[in-house]
Design a protein around this ligand. Sequence first.
Ligand SMILES: C[S@@+](CC[C@H](N)C(=O)[O-])C[C@H]1O[C@@H](n2cnc3c(N)ncnc32)[C@H](O)[C@@H]1O
Length: 315
Amino acid sequence: MNALRKRGQRHSSESNPIREWPYSSQHAALVTDCCSLLQSLPDESVQLIVCDPPYNIQLAHWDIHEDYTQWATRWLRHAERVLSRTGSLVIFGGLQYQNEAGSGDLLSLIVDMRRNSEMRLVNLIVWNYPNGMSAHRFFANRHEEIAWFARSNRYYFDLDTVREPYDETTKAAYLKDKRLRPESVEKGRNPTNVWQIPRLNGNSKERVGHPTQKPRELIHRLVRSLSFPGSVVLDFFGGSGVTTRVAIEEGRHTVTCDIDPTYRTYLGLQIEMLKSEQLVNGTSHQYRISDTLDPDHPIFLKQDACGTGTNDVEV
Ligand SMILES: C[S@@+](CC[C@H](N)C(=O)[O-])C[C@H]1O[C@@H](n2cnc3c(N)ncnc32)[C@H](O)[C@@H]1O
């Protein structure tokens, strides 16, 4: 996308009519098994999959799998099938969980992808946080990983939406540097593949009660850079409902699910918090949430190779 802009051209997603504001984003939030949902989704219909699977560390009843990798390959193959050619899959996980808890972790998923998938690993993002458990027999862990896989080389990536501003001193120095273009300095820096974002503390205002809820800031960064307004984001391990909330704020549609019926409660709390914030900030978002996946959901609009939706569904 940035290369297109440099050449003075526009990515076709930028002229997509369904992006024009205001439009109402649509959110299907189901209580079901991930594979049942995935089976019902059309090929190449999703721009971004946010995938934060059970970590196989026996954290809860949903976190115990006899053969984790075999189970994971079922949803990984579907994930690839439903992604559009410009789409991306991001998988959360760690590399150090498998020792005591059986087989399978992010590393085994990456190995599986390398062997059995055509998707390419674009980045292994290190999510580094300052807060975590203490340790005495090893160095206390302060990072998890996010593996970013692209469906094809034409993947959508909007770096400008997630650049970090330079501090005033650095900016002033860079603006004097004749080798640097002032527009680039104004845009800010590439946030790199090491993201320093605190984990949610027990008393964080964002918390809705889910044990492994991810910070909104993290999900915002992924949604902004890897999907575009009006596109569809899928999260089949919905957890706390944070992806739906972020998508509403960013004007993306979602399809999400979780096998645990508490998902509805968590999502309800997310929406209450969103509404309170809207009142305070004076912002407004148009959205519709449904607990079924209806035929008029944008995921059933045909997506062309650049992720633009049209109503010309082929039969
Ligand atoms: C690591 S958590 C996801 C947390 C979420 N990303 C968040 O930030 O709130 C994994 C979730 O997967 C759900 N889950 C486990 N097995 C599942 C399955 N077979 N189908 C759908 N959801 C499942 C669990 O109920 C749990 O909420």
